[in-house]
Design a protein around this ligand. Structure first.
Ligand code: NOJ
Ligand code: NOJ
Length: 664
């Protein structure tokens, strides 16, 4: 990635962290995990406003990314982190932690408000573009910094989390609440996904512009589940139905690196982008979009698919040599893993969420094989299996005959449909009740056991780098293992919780992948076109300004150096009424920077581009104008393509511009 988006100082990699303390060596892994799960849930709650001890300035239901304001400043709320965290909390609630219900309902309230915030990408109404904003202030107001935006995984993930809770409500007499309060929020997100799923956007690491595996897979999940959920509520979602197969087609056909035998994290990236594509992106995707009842076909990249297992091996192997803390670990065993091998953020280190997801995906895959009562090894997955089970061979391994699955609601035979039933395992998992043993049956159980042991190895690596108080930061140092970057990071803690759930045989309800229609024969990436977005008033959203506007996409060619960014400023409110630092631009096709704003009709909009340097904001020389037409049907869009001019007025800190009602 080129310089301008390097928003955070890298110097922190030199910081000394707390000494590493091993959790009492006397605890078994099971005991450690049970204890850490409680610590992690408590740590998550401490980061949710306003009652959480570390989030007292956050609004009700706001999940802060982390409490730290330096190295780096994570006292913001991300749509993604929040949704994935509450996804974990949902599942804790479902298995009996009743006190979490109010947390979930507060989250719902916060998200209804978040959808209506005026963002640097625009608003909820009329274009829905504001939903693609990744990051907000913790009182749910606009974040003005230059950032990698849009990040359209956010709405998909939020819809998934909210539908998980709706699923619970429908089984517990909550139909009216689901329809009135929650579904209107979900609808905005589903429409956004249906309209915008194929746009060039930033990946979950907020660095790469293109189309990203994690984002696309999560979008597919949201639309499939959205179509089912609409039906269960007595509605329909035609946009979900029309777009889900297209997203599936795109997912199936674009993200496989045949030479390297791994998922390619990002495609349609800018010229000059040169990473291997090996990235934990696929792990977070496979874990988030895991469906216990799903098939293992490569097209859907479920944990049990050959492609995900092969990617797991390529990914883990890519960290064996590069992190000094992995020295001396067995060549076929678990190691510390990070976002992607080329990472340089804070020096490029292992991340807790990534190592935990390396375990989680293996628990998921083993559970799917167990549910299906069989496991097929092909040439793609063979190297993965051979490292765990040297005599593994291409072919199908069947469970011992008569293999039954135990659920909370009873037993099912393998292969039997369990849609609509809660799908976590009771204690004591499935076991054979059969008569005529099957020659390969014991290999089946042995392979699953070796996968589980391997998965436990990743949890043990995390345990090694767990501090005495049990709270995780974002990263642990590649050389010393000391924690660094963003202490008490909410989604590190949430990742521990979901890993534990899967390890304990607790699975989210199926989202319906098993019943999807076959893939279309050719893919269409056009999306569903403009949709009607509306605030979820009954959930607590404020009314939004619905006066007719003209959307303008400003584009400017501006070559910048490391540490400088571009803003646009002008005489309308979306341009900050001439504030220099209100409307940040984003360079998905650097050196072209762009910003989307909504302008009143029939107006002469004056504007100028501003370079943000570390010490000041420098306006370009002279103003420009663009005149908006009549609003027409409310769907008028304009765009510019300008070249930035030389420096004009310089605004330094503590300067009050006479034209403006603000000072800096
Ligand atoms: C902040 C982002 O959140 C992080 O993912 C990224 O690596 C750094 N900025 C550097 O671009
Ligand atoms: C940086 C990560 O790259 C991004 O995925 C995350 O959303 C933010 N930090 C906040 O945790």
């Amino acid at each position: 990635m080129h310089g301008p988006l390097a928003l955070v100082l890298f110097a922190a990699s030199a910081l000394a962290g707390p000494a590493i303390e091993q959790r009492q060596a006397t605890l078994s892994l099971d005991e450690f995990i049970a204890q850490e799960r409680r610590i992690a849930v408590a740590g998550v709650l401490a980061n949710i406003g306003p009652d959480g001890a570390s989030a007292q300035n956050a609004s009700r239901g706001v999940v802060i990314a982390g409490p730290g304001i330096v190295n780096p400043d994570y006292r913001y709320t991300w749509t993604r982190d929040s949704a994935m965290t509450i996804h974990a909390i949902n599942e804790e609630f479902f298995v009996g932690n009743a006190s979490l219900q109010s947390t979930i309902e507060d989250y719902i309230y916060a998200e209804a408000i978040r959808q209506t915030v005026n963002t640097p990408l625009g608003d909820l109404y009329p274009w829905g573009t504001g939903l693609g904003e990744p990051k907000y202030q913790i009182n749910l107001t606009r974040f003005h910094g230059v950032w990698g935006r849009p990040q359209p995984d956010g709405p998909a993930l939020r819809a998934i989390t909210l539908m998980g809770y709706i699923d619970y409500l429908l089984d517990n007499g909550g139909m009216a609440q689901a329809k009135r309060i929650i579904w209107p929020i979900v609808v905005n997100d589903l429409l956004f996904v249906a309209q915008y799923w194929s746009i060039i956007s930033y990946d979950l690491w907020e660095e790469v512009a293109g189309n990203s595996f994690f984002t696309i897979q999560s979008m597919h999940h949201s639309l499939v589940e959205g179509a089912h959920m609409a039906t269960r509520l007595g509605y329909t979602c035609p946009q979900c139905e029309s777009q889900a197969p297209q997203v599936a087609c795109f997912l199936a056909n674009n993200f496989w690196n045949e030479t390297g035998q791994h998922v390619l994290a990002n495609i349609n990236t800018p010229e000059g982008f040169s990473r291997s594509g090996i990235d934990s992106n696929f792990l977070l995707g496979a874990a988030e979009n895991f469906d216990i009842d799903a098939p293992c076909d490569n097209a859907y990249y479920q944990p049990c698919s050959s492609r995900i297992l092969a990617s797991h091996k390529a990914y883990v192997d890519s960290f064996r040599e590069i992190y000094p803390i992995n020295a001396g670990r067995p060549a076929n065993g678990a190691v510390a893993t990070g976002r992607y091998p080329e990472d340089t953020y804070y020096g490029g280190n292992p991340w807790y969420i990534c190592t935990l997801n390396a375990a989680e995906v293996l628990y998921d895959a083993a559970a799917q094989f167990r549910r299906q009562g069989q496991l097929t090894i092909d040439s793609t997955s063979l190297p993965f299996f051979q490292q765990l089970y040297p005599s593994a061979a291409v072919g199908t391994y069947n469970a011992p005959s008569g293999w039954w699955q135990r659920h909370s609601w009873g037993w099912s035979r393998w292969g039997e449909k369990t849609w609509g039933k809660p799908s976590w395992w009771g204690p004591g998992r499935g076991y054979g009740r059969g008569r005529n043993g099957n020659q390969r049956g014991s290999a089946f159980t042995d392979i699953l056991a070796s996968m589980t042991t391997y998965a436990d190895g990743f949890v043990s690596v995390v345990r090694e780098y767990t501090p005495a108080n049990g709270s995780y930061s974002e990263q642990y140092n590649r050389t010393t293992g000391e924690m660094l970057s963003a202490y008490d990071l909410t989604w590190s803690l949430a990742a521990f919780v979901t890993m534990t759930q899967r390890r304990n045989g607790q699975y989210p309800a199926s989202w319906g992948l098993r019943d999807v229609a076959p893939l279309p024969s050719s893919c269409n990436t056009a999306g569903a076109g403009p949709q009607n977005y509306a605030p979820a008033i009954e959930a607590g959203a404020p009314p939004v300004d619905m006066s007719c506007t003209v959307q303008i996409t400003f584009r400017v060619n501006a070559t910048t150096t490391f540490g400088t960014n571009i803003y646009i400023s002008g005489n309308i409110s979306d341009l900050g009424n001439w504030a220099p630092d209100y409307e940040p631009m984003t360079p998905p096709s650097y050196p072209i920077w762009e910003a989307i704003v909504e302008a009143p009709p029939n107006t002469v909009v004056s504007y100028a581009y501003v370079q943000q340097n570390p010490a000041n904001y420098t306006f370009e020389v002279g103003n420009r104008t663009i005149t908006t037409p009549d609003c027409g049907n409310g769907r008028v869009q304009l765009s510019t393509l300008d070249a930035i001019r030389g420096p004009g007025t310089v605004i330094t800190e503590n300067y009050c511009n006479p034209d403006v009602t603000r000072c800096w």
